[in-house]
Design a protein around this ligand. Sequence first.
Ligand code: YYY
Ligand code: MG
Length: 135
Amino acid sequence: MSDERTLVLVKPDGVQRGLVGEVISRIERKGLRLVALELKDVERSVAEQHYAEHAERPFFGELIEFITSGKVAAMVVEGPRAIAAFRQIAGGTDPVEKATPGSLRGDLALETGSNIVHGSDSPESAEREIKLWFG
Ligand code: YYY
Ligand code: MG
C-alpha cells in the first residue's frame, strides 16, 4: 500500500501536560514516521482556517480560544493509511464516550474540549492542513 501523510497536532493541553513524547512514541511504535515536527504559537487566523468546517458550531469560539491558548506541537506523519492509523491511535472525539482504552484520548483525556490531539480526517483535509501549518 502506498504511503499517505497526515497532519497531527498535540494541542495546548497535551503540550502543557508534557505529553508530546507520549504522542510521538505511540506514532513511532505503530510504525508511522515523523517527517516534520515544530513547536508553534498558534495565530488566530490559522486556528480559524484549521477548524473552518466547525465555524457554525456552538463550540467554535471555545475551540479557537483553546487551540490558541498555548503552543502546539505540529507534525507531519507518514505511512500506509497514516490518516486512519493516527485516528485509531488518537481515539474518538469524546474521550469518555467514544475513545477506547488504549487510545491516547481514551487513556489520557477526560473532556471533549481538551482531548490532547488532532489528526486529519481525510486525504483532502490532510493536504489542506499540511499546507496551512507547514506551507
Ligand atoms: O476530528 P476530531 O478532533 O476528533 O473532532 P471534530 O469533530 O473534528 O471536532 C474538532 C474539535 O472540536 C474536537 O477535537 C473537540 C472540539 N469539539 C467540542 O469541543 N465539542 C464538540 N461537541 C465537538 C468537538
Ligand atoms: Mg476533526
